[in-house]
Structures are given as structure tokens and as C-alpha cells.
Write a protein of this length. Structure first.
Length: 89
């Protein structure tokens, strides 16, 4: 993605990829810490202007795959109504 390009919201990207919003938020946090994206709470995230240092283009599917996040989450409700979540690949 080009420098300064706006990234989709965490809700939209989670929906698009079929993962939890928390997964996308964690990925965005890691990319922010690495200096690849920037943003602030309540504003759109965007690709950071990166000096040429061998940085590969941003691909959210690749980031999520390399981070080994669960592919599916199954919600089960226990007898007293508490939701339980099982994650698996």
C-alpha cells in the first residue's frame, strides 16, 4: 500500500477477513509499534511514511497468518449461561 493510504476500520477488516475484532486491533497495535502504520484513537489508521529500509508492503492476511491467530472461534454457552469461546485453526 502506498505511504499515507488509509486502512479500513478494525470492525470492517475483521468482518472482511472473518476474524475477531480483537485480532485486528492486536495486529494494528503491532504494526504501529513497528512504525509501519500510524493513527490515533477515533481517527483512521494510515500507512506510515517509511524510509526505504527493505520494508515489505502491508498485507493484513499475511500479518494475521504469520501471527498464528486462530482462524475460527466457536461460542458455547455453559449451563448457567456464561459464554465460552474455543479457538482453533
Amino acid at each position: 500500500m502506498p505511504d499515507g493510504a488509509r486502512l479500513p476500520s478494525t470492525r470492517m477488516l475483521a468482518n472482511l477477513l472473518g476474524v475477531s475484532r480483537n485480532t485486528v486491533m492486536t495486529a494494528y497495535d503491532e504494526l504501529t509499534a513497528a512504525g509501519l502504520i500510524r493513527g490515533r484513537r477515533g481517527a483512521a489508521m494510515s500507512v506510515a511514511v517509511v524510509q526505504s529500509r527493505g520494508v515489505h508492503p502491508f498485507d493484513p492476511r499475511l500479518v494475521l497468518h504469520q501471527a498464528q491467530y486462530p482462524v475460527r472461534t466457536l461460542q458455547i454457552v455453559d449451563p448457567d449461561g456464561t459464554p465460552l469461546y474455543l479457538s482453533f485453526r
